[in-house]
Design a protein around this ligand. Structure first.
Ligand code: PAN
Ligand code: ZN
Length: 196
């Protein structure tokens, strides 16, 4: 089939392999790597106090299609284990730029928590472990947190034109943070949270 046979907006079907342990794709255009320096200001403690301190925090591997609302974008995220102060390594977190766009997370390996929040400060936190599907409806900001000792690997599927609004979270934070307590992960109020 030549591309001239395709209806407008259609793509040629394709296949991608995901390694559930590593999160690697084949083929694998890694689109994003974020290190401690990129997360400066996101934790209560200085990122220079992180353990481990080697600088890597997470990578995103995207199955690329045009970012339009007739397509489903998807990616694996590989979030390393570690802590900054008492807070576990986590993603920046974002609202979708197009607020009502939903997303699905399927955890492939590791364990963690998915923290979600509405703009009014309402919060929901859900477990992430292999086999769990987390449905993130539109309007909920979302951040994943690795509460385990292994990389947290998950596959995310989202409407192509969802886009990213990082600025709101960068300025306000999430209403809650996830810290290591005496008996494991604890979800506590974020003393630095500022509502718009
Ligand atoms: C995910 C995230 C990914 C990295 O693919 O983009 O886990 O997190 P940050 O984008 O918050 O740094 C997703 O939610 N896409 O919409
Ligand atoms: Zn998202």
């Amino acid at each position: 089939m030549t591309t001239t046979d395709l209806p407008e907006g259609a793509l040629v079907p394709f296949t991608v392999y995901i390694d559930f342990e590593s999160g690697d794709l084949t083929p694998d255009p890694v689109v994003l790597r974020r290190g401690l320096a990129d997360l400066a200001g996101y934790f209560l403690s200085d990122v220079e106090t992180a353990t481990p301190a080697d600088g890597d925090m997470y990578s995103v591997h995207e199955i690329r299609v045009p970012a339009t609302n007739n397509n489903l974008l998807s990616s694996t995220t590989v979030l390393q284990p570690g802590k900054v102060g008492d807070e576990y390594f986590m993603t920046k977190g974002h609202f979708h730029a197009t607020r009502d766009r939903a997303e699905i997370y399927l955890t492939l390996s590791g364990q963690g928590l998915l923290v979600m929040a509405l703009e009014d400060g309402t919060t929901e936190t859900k477990e992430m472990r292999p086999g769990i599907v987390n449905y993130v409806p539109g309007h909920w900001a979302h951040r994943s947190v690795n509460t385990g000792d292994e990389p947290l690997v998950f596959y995310a599927v989202y409407i192509g034109d969802a886009g990213y609004d990082y600025a709101t979270i960068a300025e306000q934070g999430f209403p809650v943070i996830v810290v290591e307590g005496e008996r494991g992960p604890e979800i506590v109020a974020n003393p630095r949270y500022r509502r718009a």
